[in-house]
Design a protein around this ligand. Sequence first.
Ligand code: SF4
Length: 399
Amino acid sequence: MEQVAWQLVVILIMQGLSREIALKAALLTEGVWATPEALAGLGILFKEQNHGLFGWDFEDHEEELLPDDFRLPLGTVVQFRKNGRSPYSVQKHGDVLVLEKNGEALTEVFWLDRPEYYSRATSDGKPMVKVAQIGGEDSFFVCYNNFCSHWSDGRQCLFCNLVPTISRYRSVLGRKQFDHIGEVAAAAFEEGAANHVLLTGGCFPGENETEIVVDILDSIRKQTGLRRIPGCVLASPPKRLEEIEELYEAGIDGVGYSLEIWDERLFNGICPGKAESPGREWFLETFDKAVEVFGRGNVFCAFVTGIEPQETLLEGVEYMAERGVYSLAFVWSPAPGSKLAGHRTPTVEWYLEAVSKMVDSFEKHNLPDSPNHCYRCDGNTLFHDEARLRAENLSLNRP
Ligand code: SF4
């Protein structure tokens, strides 16, 4: 009897999770808005956007404080992408935040708690929140360079709004000192706001990115006391493949590279700067070496999904999975400041089909669970949620 009751609970959770994934796909592709009453407490009790890297909203919002992300009842984390014309909105009813579609209540939602360190300053007085932010519910996020050399000659990726975002909002420090990053990491891990790290930045003109990242990792390890750092460095492919070993030795457990688009001709057109330097072939060599050094399941390839056809995207995901690489598949936002601003994403059904096939690829090649990035780390991917749903399904069928 108890076994049956437990199975019913798991079925309900699975149905709920399945609905949450579809809802998340709709919210990421349609955007959402919130009433002033619903936004009360942001920046004080609840975590606000700080535009640490790109802007993901469908429209600029100047001084208006908005949530970075929010949680659905079964734990699915959703990035908040403002769109004043979306049918989805968050309204406050009494003490409860309710997600509505065209005025019809769908579910309760929850803003995420604001980490305590967001109100603190580094030892020399810099606001800690301008150095590093929390992605989702547990990812210590640092953009170590809010500039990218591909912007200087107009060869930026067509979906990218890195440079307009930093100049519009000026909410974070463009370049951060290594010791500040370590100090803020110590504060974040100590208060339990972080379980993982994600370090990334735009391409460096004439500087050695690996040396910079190694110094940052040294500072994080020294100041947090961590022997190895759970998380991922999402970097540009290095000039020398030996630099990947240097990164591993500096204590990070995962590494990734943003190829963005799999189809070669589309890659050349959509990422002209990257296609020229370092070039697609060098990306592919870098992934092979990274798996050799970091091991299967600890290497990530970031794809922006929804720009290229599903067929070629899935070819790329399969190619990567076969080699032990996870695809970190972000749901594209045609955001202001990017050359593709105002375009439309594919449908919710397109994303649900794509993510299901992606996770099929991960399973087919037995990618081990990644301890370096999880469904709580950010709200702009769907594959962790799909994998979580399948894990619940497995537990239901277990004798
Ligand atoms: S490499 Fe492309 S996506 Fe990354 S910061 Fe530069 S232009 Fe933007």
